[in-house]
Ligand binder design. Structure first.
Ligand code: ATP
Ligand code: MG
Ligand code: FE
Length: 340
């Protein structure tokens, strides 16, 4: 089965072709970050308009790279939610109309299930069950994963997501948008000079809280005006230490509490080198295994959606099944999913 994947939930248009016999054949991506950087964050209306411009050329590119034609596609998987409604509608209406014209079925994919399964696209994928740390721009969750659609929430953020905390802190340091990669780059030259709190480290549960850290950073920033480059780097260093330490320790607690020895990490913050360094060391000490997606599949992409769709072929729906209608789910809880 050849599955076309379509991702348009936020500010990346992603298209990919996944073959259930041969794996990922191709993927094409356009990120809108440069367009939104000027505004310091994603502008939903601009995002939707740009998805419209990109979706067809990217599909042509993905088909060409895989040496396939539209007629070779057996099903279309697309992100139905959660995300920006206008942005989701572009991918959804594109996928549904293409499927209608080709007379092939569609598969509705939950964006976070896409992120969650992205590490399984790599060689030697971990087997179920495992603990998953999902750390993206909008989410910071620990889950027990027993199979596709079998997700038990172990811990969640009480306020900001990890990626959001990176972005907001980067903004306080004048690093622009999106801040995660810029902040972690700056942290490389920073030294241990400040001490920030490690929120909820000893809370006895697997929840996170990152908004207080941002406030502590603001206090440091105010105390050190005008900010010189060295101070900025030292703050970035300590912020990254605080976030990655909390994430690592909670991951290890989740492994201990579930009795599992397999951890997977996904979402944009999963690209963070310091987080990977700490998780690699901690899991090695406990003889556990940790898996990540390749760097480009940590943030939004079409490959993870095509793959999640391929894992849910049983959920395929034809146009007549759906009575020729479709919808998006801007808010959609992962725990509502069921096994295919
Ligand atoms: P969601 O999937 O929850 O709806 P999203 O799709 O916006 O959110 P992703 O694309 O998975 O999130 O990740 C983007 C986030 O990851 C941003 O907050 C970005 O700053 C952060 N990020 C990306 N690379 C890094 C890095 N190297 N270090 C820290 N954070 C990073
Ligand atoms: Mg994005
Ligand atoms: Fe995402």
């Amino acid at each position: 089965m050849l599955v076309l994947g379509v991702e348009s939930s936020c500010d990346e248009t992603g298209i990919a072709l996944y073959d259930t016999d041969h794996g990922l054949l191709s993927h094409a991506l356009h990120s809108q970050v440069e367009m939104h950087a000027e505004y310091g964050g994603v502008v939903p209306e601009l995002a939707s308009r740009d998805h419209i411009r990109r979706v067809l050329p990217l599909t042509e590119l993905a088909l060409k790279d895989a040496n396939k034609t539209l007629q070779d596609i057996d099903a279309i998987a697309y992100t139905q939610g959660p995300g920006l409604s206008g942005a989701l509608l572009v991918g959804t209406s594109f996928a549904e109309s293409l499927a209608f014209s080709l007379q092939i079925p569609t598969i509705n994919v939950h964006h976070l299930e896409g992120h969650l399964l992205a590490p399984l696209l790599e060689d030697n994928p971990p087997a179920f069950p495992f603990v998953a740390l999902l750390v993206s721009g909008g989410h910071s969750q620990l889950m027990r994963v027993d199979g596709i659609g079998q997700y038990e929430l172990l811990g969640d953020t009480l306020d900001d997501a990890a990626g959001e905390a990176f972005d907001k802190t980067a903004k306080l340091l004048g690093l622009g948008y999106p801040g995660g990669p810029a902040l972690s780059n700056l942290a490389k030259t920073g030294k241990p000079r400040f001490k920030l709190p490690r929120p909820l480290l000893n809370s006895g549960d697997l929840n996170f809280s990152f908004s207080g850290l941002k406030t502590s950073v603001l206090t440091l920033v105010n105390q050190h005006q005008p900010l010189d480059d060295e101070t900025k780097a030292d703050i970035a260093y300590e912020f990254q230490e605080a976030v990655t330490e909390v994430l690592t320790i909670k991951c290890m607690s989740a492994l201990r509490e579930t009795g599992l020895d397999n951890l997977i990490v996904s979402g944009g913050v999963g690209a963070n080198a310091k987080l990977r360094e700490k998780l690699n060391a901690a899991t090695k000490r406990k003889l556990c295994k940790v898996s990540y997606p390749r760097l480009e599949f940590c943030t939004d992409n079409g490959a993870m959606i095509a793959f999640a769709g391929a894992m849910r072929l049983k959920d395929m729906q034809s146009n007549t099944d759906k009575n020729y209608s479709f919808s998006v789910k801007p808010r959609w809880n992962l725990s509502e999913l069921q096994a295919p």
